[in-house]
Structure formats: C-alpha cells, structure tokens
Ligand binder design. Structure first.
Ligand code: ATR
Length: 272
C-alpha cells in the first residue's frame, strides 16, 4: 500500500511513454519487500536541471535518466562517480541523506553483468564493439574496467570511434583502438551497441564474419532475438540478448538507491 512514508523513484526522459523501467523497478521493489514506488516522468529536452531541482524539493529518493538528459544531468548533479565523470553521462541519480545528488552510470556494467550472467567472463578476452554512441562509450569503458585484453571499436563514423576507443582504459593502460571487419572476425566477444536491428531485421554488419567459439551480444532487445543474434546462433556462437543489459543496469540502479540487489530473474519475468 502507498502511504505517506512511501519513497518515490522514477525515470526522467523524453519520450518515456513506452519505457519498461517502471515495470522493471516496481517488480524489484515488490520482490525486495521495499515501500518504494517508481514512476515515469516526461521531461522535455533542456529541462534536466529543473527536474533535478524538483527531485530535491520533492525529496525523490532516486532517478533513472534516459535520452536526452544523460549529459545535462552530469552537469547538474553535486557529485559524479568516477565512471560517470569519465563518460560525462549519468543514468542514475542517488539522493544522499544530506540532500546532495550523486550521478552514476550503470549502463556499461549492466552489459558486463549480462555477459557474466550468461557465463561469459570479460577478463583477458579480446572484444569488439559496434557503434560509438552513448551506450557504446559506456560499454568500452566497462569492458576495460572488467579486464578485457583489448577493445576494438567499429563505427560508421571514424571520429566517433576514436572517442569511444579512448575510453577503454584500465589502470592507466589504453587498450582501445579503431577496428574493422577483421577485428569483428577475430574478437572473442562481439557487441552490437548500435540501434541497428531495433524493430527491424537489419544487421549491423555481415554475420558471415561470425563463427563458433565467439560470444555475440546485442544491446537491442526488441525483438528479443535480433536478426544479428539469430545469425550468430546459426554460426555456432554463444548469444547474449539485450534484455539482459536492460535488466542488469536497472538492478545496479536499485543497489545504488537502497543497497539491496534484486532478483534479476523476477525483473526479467516482469518484462519478458
Ligand atoms: P545511444 O545513446 O543509444 O548509443 P546514439 O548516441 O545515437 O545512441 O548512437 C547510435 C550509434 O549507432 C552510433 O554509433 C551510430 O553511428 P554514427 O556514430 O556513425 O552515427 C550507430 N548507428 C545508428 N544507426 C546506424 C546505421 N544505420 N548503421 C550504422 N551505424 C548506425
């Protein structure tokens, strides 16, 4: 039951009308037995700072941040954790008890966690990331932090690929580079971090490059099995669905807000 003591979290973005986040997060609160509720807030472009002011005034406990506000929120919080600072992007805001707002980015670690949940360890593996947008940059950073041997970025626009590759740094060692089809074929783990395949059967690259022994992950989760993953499965590769990253990045947000790790199987069942 919602009472005067119920804590409120939510997502800010535009558009948020079709966001799965309320279903995911409310399922997690119910599973954990927490007196929290999660809502979707449509926040127009340019209004991120006003939304954070509202968060302070209304005493919201936590926010998820999605398009187009991730960079503006990075400028508007009181503090950034190291990953959010490197990426200059925030997908999670935590309200501390002293009222200060701290920004985090769980997108990249969500992808790494989805690989781990599928039994795939990143440490020591060669990786190839398709795309160089916000999601791809977060993934490049997280792969390096997770101990990948290398991160090759393949993107339509080369300048963006260089920026993304430069984020693949661990312990001061740069392991990123701009790649080509050769790196797709050679990588242990290939990740589509473009939007290609969302709601279509389009492919981000020629799947003839794929082979058994590789892991192929997609950040696209609609359809659940994208044309790329279907082709990768046919080629004998291990496949990891984008729904895993969606659920894992949300579970990491929950942990940042209240400290408990929800059951990702319950969250997955809520949106599957
Ligand atoms: P997000 O924040 O979800 O990562 P984004 O920042 O718009 O979204 O990035 C989308 C990525 O997908 C970009 O790397 C984009 O390539 P460009 O940098 O060349 O624009 C890539 N992308 C989108 N549509 C594509 C397409 N049809 N073919 C190839 N790459 C595409």
């Amino acid at each position: 039951m919602i009472t005067a003591g119920t804590r409120v979290a939510g997502v800010i973005g535009s558009p948020v009308g079709h966001s799965l986040s309320p279903v995911l997060h409310n399922a997690a609160f119910a599973q954990l037995g927490l007196d929290w509720v999660y809502l979707a807030f449509e926040v127009a472009p340019g209004e991120a700072r006003a939304a954070l002011d509202a968060m302070r005034v209304l005493g919201l406990a936590g926010l998820s941040v999605t398009m187009p506000h991730k960079e503006a929120v990075a400028d508007a919080v009181d503090e950034l954790d190291a990953t959010a600072r490197s990426l200059h992007s925030v997908n999670t805001v935590v309200a501390r008890s002293d009222g200060s707002l701290v920004g985090y980015s769980t997108d990249g670690n969500g992808l790494v966690a989805s690989l781990a949940a599928a039994g795939v360890a990143v440490a020591g593996r060669t990786t190839c990331v398709l795309g160089a947008g916000g999601a791809a940059r977060a993934i490049c950073h997280a792969l390096a932090q997770a101990g990948a041997a290398s991160v090759a970025v393949v993107n339509r626009t080369a300048a963006a690929a260089e920026v993304a590759a430069a984020l693949a740094v661990a312990g001061g060692v740069a392991i990123g580079s701009v790649g080509t089809a050769r790196e797709i074929a050679a990588a242990d783990i290939v990740i589509n971090a473009t939007s290609v395949g969302m709601g279509t059967s389009d492919l981000p690259f020629d799947p003839a490059l794929l082979h058994a022994g590789q892991v192929v992950a997609d950040i696209v989760y609609h359809p659940r099995e994208t044309a790329l993953l279907r082709a990768a499965r046919s080629a004998g590769a291990i496949t990891v669905e984008g729904l895993g990253m969606l659920v894992q990045q949300a579970a990491l947000q929950q942990q940042l807000w209240h400290g408990a790790m929800p059951d990702v199987a319950v969250m997955t069942a809520a949106v599957a």
